[in-house]
Design a protein around this ligand. Sequence first.
Ligand SMILES: [Zn+2]
Length: 237
Amino acid sequence: MGLLLAPIALPAPLAAGEAPLIAVDVGHTLAAPGAISARGRTEFEFNRDLAGRVVAALERLGLRAELINADGLIESLQARPEQAAGAVFLISIHHDSVGEQHLTPWEWQGIPLDFSDLWAGHSLFVSRRNPDPAGSLMCASAIGARLQRAGFVPTDKNARRREYADAQHATHYYDNLVVLYRAQQPAVLFEAGVLKHRDEELLLRDAERQQRMAEEIATGVAACVTAGGLAAAGRTD
Ligand SMILES: [Zn+2]
């Protein structure tokens, strides 16, 4: 079997209709919008902006992509993986916060808010309860590697509570996340950065930076789901 010894092939051009479908989930909802940034913007809004850019970037790479919960009205956590049933990979987009005990009150534009400048940076999560933990980790590491090569700096903030699956790429195990363990395909939860950090919040609001981050995520996903990644691992499920 010469194939086993062949170098990793570049993805062949994909014919229309046969490109792998990627599900991109917008974390949180309008009714429960997640964390509030240092300047008062909801996590849901940040998630929606970045997830939309990831979908567009995936499509530019020749993959198919579907946005889950774009309207913020999804009825339950398990509805997210259910809607992703046809996808070969699921990524859920989030932004990170910090515990209450680390927050300092401040006022911004006359509004009482709080912040923490202790941690900044992205991190990733996979579940060992997912039907394909190895595939999930391969994709998380691919995404993390792309981001770091492009200059994005991860955080070790979540290592305090979540064991590393891949420390070099700030990827942790979080086994009981519904969106990850109810998924029928490899799945990753991505935390783009810490909304409570006053400088990082401004970076996370920056459209040009969001775009660069989305493109690196999409490139990592593409590497993982096409030749050399999940496909080469001989996966049939
Ligand atoms: Zn979140």
